[in-house]
Design a protein around this ligand. Structure first.
Ligand code: DSN
Length: 420
C-alpha cells in the first residue's frame, strides 16, 4: 500500500477520510454490481505526473507541444483496447460513461432524432434517456422491454414493431440492472430493417466480454460500443467508445474533442492502458469466468432458500432480488440492514415496480469485487448465509452486532489488492 506520507503531513483531514475508506473497503463486503477493486498497477498509473499535461487533440495531432510521452501512453491505450474488443477504432478520452454516451449521441444524431433503448424500469440506464437527464430535451427516446420477467427474455417482436413506427437512428443495447444476455443478432436484424445504427453500452459487462465469457456485440455486426472502464474491467474511472467503422470513428473523435470535452485526463488514459494490458493477460479470462460462476452459484443458493430473483437467475455478474416477494421488505430496508453488518449493495427498482425509486421493491448485487478478492463458490454460500441470517434476525440488535463481527472477520481473510 502507498505510504501517503505527504498527504498525511499536508492534509490530515483528507488523509483521515482516506484511511477510513481503506478500512471500510478492507472490512466490508462489496456487492454493488458496478464496483470493483482496481489493479494495483492501475492505481499507480493514476497517481502520476501525466496529470500535469494538457493534451487536447489525439496522438500525433495535438494543440500543445511536449506530447512525446502522452502520445505514447494514449496510443498504448488505443491499441490495447482495439485488440481486447476486436475493434478498429478506439476513443479512450471520455471522462466517464455518461460523457461517452452523450458524445456518441451528438456524433450520430441531429436534434430531434430518436434513440430506442431498454426501458429504464426493466434495467436500462439513466444515460439511455431518463427524463431527468438533459439529453431528453434534445433527442427523443423510445423503449423496449422484457416480454417475460420470469426469464428476462426481451420482447423482440415489440422491438421490431416500435422500431418500424418510430424509425430510431440508434438502436441501443445495454443496462445497469439486467441479469441476462441480449440477442445481438436479432437486434442487428431489426436495426438493419429500419436503418438504425446499433450501439451497445457494455459498461456493466465490459470485463466479461474482454474475458471472453460473454458475447462481443461486434461479432454480431454491432456498429459502436460504449463503456466505462472501472466496473468488471477493473480499470480507472473513465469511459471509452469503440467502433469498427472508420467513418463513425472520425465522427466520434470530433464529438468527444472538441465537440464535448476539453483536455483528456491523461493519467486516467495511462491507467486505462494499464487496465487493458491486464485484461489481455490469459489469467483475466479465468477471473471473468469466476465472476460468472460466483454469480450463478450465489443466485442458486438464494433460490434454493426461497429468495425470488428477477428473471429467476443470472447470465452475468449481477442479480436482482425482489425483496417484497422474498421477505415482504422494501429494497431500502434490506440495503440498510445489510449495510449495518458490513455488506454493501443497493436498493433498485425491479421490472413493473409499484414502489418509488427511493423506496423500491428490489436490491441489486453483483460478484465482481468479491471475485477480485479471491472469493469462490464456497464463500458465496457463506455470504448468502450472512445475508439471510441478517434478514431473519433483523429485529435482534445483539444478533446483528455479532453477525457484523463475523462479516468483518471473514472479510479480513481476503485482502483487497492495492491496500493489503
Ligand atoms: N452507477 C452505475 C451503476 O451502478 O450501474 C452505472 O451508472
Amino acid at each position: 500500500m502507498p505510504t501517503y506520507t505527504s498527504l498525511q503531513k499536508e492534509d490530515p483531514a483528507v488523509f483521515a477520510a482516506l484511511m477510513g475508506e481503506i478500512k471500510r473497503q478492507k472490512e466490508g463486503v462489496e456487492l454493488i454490481a458496478s464496483e470493483n477493486y482496481i489493479f494495483p498497477a492501475v492505481m499507480e498509473a493514476m497517481a502520476t505526473v501525466f496529470n500535469n499535461k494538457y493534451s487536447e487533440g489525439y496522438p500525433g495531432k495535438r494543440y500543445y507541444g511536449g506530447q512525446e510521452f502522452t502520445d505514447q501512453v494514449e496510443t498504448l491505450a488505443i491499441e490495447r483496447a482495439k485488440k481486447l474488443f476486436n475493434a478498429g477504432h478506439a476513443n479512450v478520452q471520455p471522462h466517464a460513461g455518461a460523457p461517452a454516451n452523450v458524445a456518441l449521441y451528438f456524433a450520430l444524431l441531429e436534434p430531434g432524432d430518436t434513440v430506442m433503448g431498454m426501458d429504464l424500469s426493466h434495467g436500462g440506464h439513466l444515460t439511455h434517456g431518463h427524463p431527468v437527464t438533459y439529453i431528453t430535451k434534445i433527442f427523443k427516446f423510445v423503449r423496449y422491454k422484457m416480454k417475460d420477467v420470469e426469464t428476462g427474455e426481451i420482447d423482440y417482436d415489440e422491438m421490431l414493431a416500435v422500431a418500424r413506427k418510430e424509425k430510431p437512428k440508434i438502436l441501443l443495447g445495454g443496462f445497469s440492472a439486467f441479469p441476462r444476455e441480449l440477442d445481438y443478432a436479432k437486434m442487428k436484424a431489426i436495426a438493419q430493417e429500419v436503418g438504425a445504427i446499433t450501439v451497445m453500452d457494455m459498461a456493466h459487462i465490459a470485463g466479461l466480454i474482454a474475458g471472453k465469457q460473454l458475447q462481443n456485440p461486434f461479432d454480431h455486426g454491432f456498429d459502436v460500443i460504449t463503456t466505462t472502464t472501472h466496473k468488471t474491467l477493473r480499470g480507472p474511472r473513465g469511459g471509452m467508445i469503440l467502433t469498427r467503422d472508420p467513418e463513425l470513428g472520425k465522427k466520434i473523435d470530433k464529438s468527444v474533442f472538441p465537440g464535448f470535452q476539453g483536455g483528456p485526463i491523461m493519467q486516467m488514459v495511462a491507467a486505462k492502458a494499464v487496465a487493458f494490458g491486464e485484461a489481455l493477460k490469459p489469467e483475466f479470462k479465468e477471473y471473468a469466468a469466476q465472476i460468472i460462476r460466483n454469480s450463478k452459484h450465489l443466485a442458486s443458493f438464494f433460490m434454493e432458500h426461497g429468495v425470488k430473483l428477477v428473471t429467476n437467475g443470472t447470465d452475468n455478474h449481477m442479480m436482482l432480488i425482489d425483496c417484497v416477494k422474498s421477505w415482504n421488505l422494501g429494497g431500502g430496508e434490506v440495503e440498510h440492514l445489510l449495510d449495518a453488518i458490513g455488506i454493501t449493495l443497493n436498493k433498485n427498482m425491479i421490472a413493473n415496480d409499484t414502489r418509488k425509486p427511493m423506496d423500491p421493491s428490489g436490491v441489486r448485487l453483483g460478484t465482481p469485487a468479491i471475485t477480485t478478492r479471491g472469493m469462490k463458490e464456497k464463500e458465496m454460500e457463506i455470504l448468502g448465509q450472512f445475508m439471510l441470517s441478517a434478514i431473519e434476525k433483523r429485529n435482534d440488535e445483539k444478533a446483528l452486532v455479532t453477525l457484523g463481527g463475523k462479516v468483518k472477520e471473514f472479510c479480513l481473510q481476503f485482502p483487497v489488492p492495492g491496500i493489503e
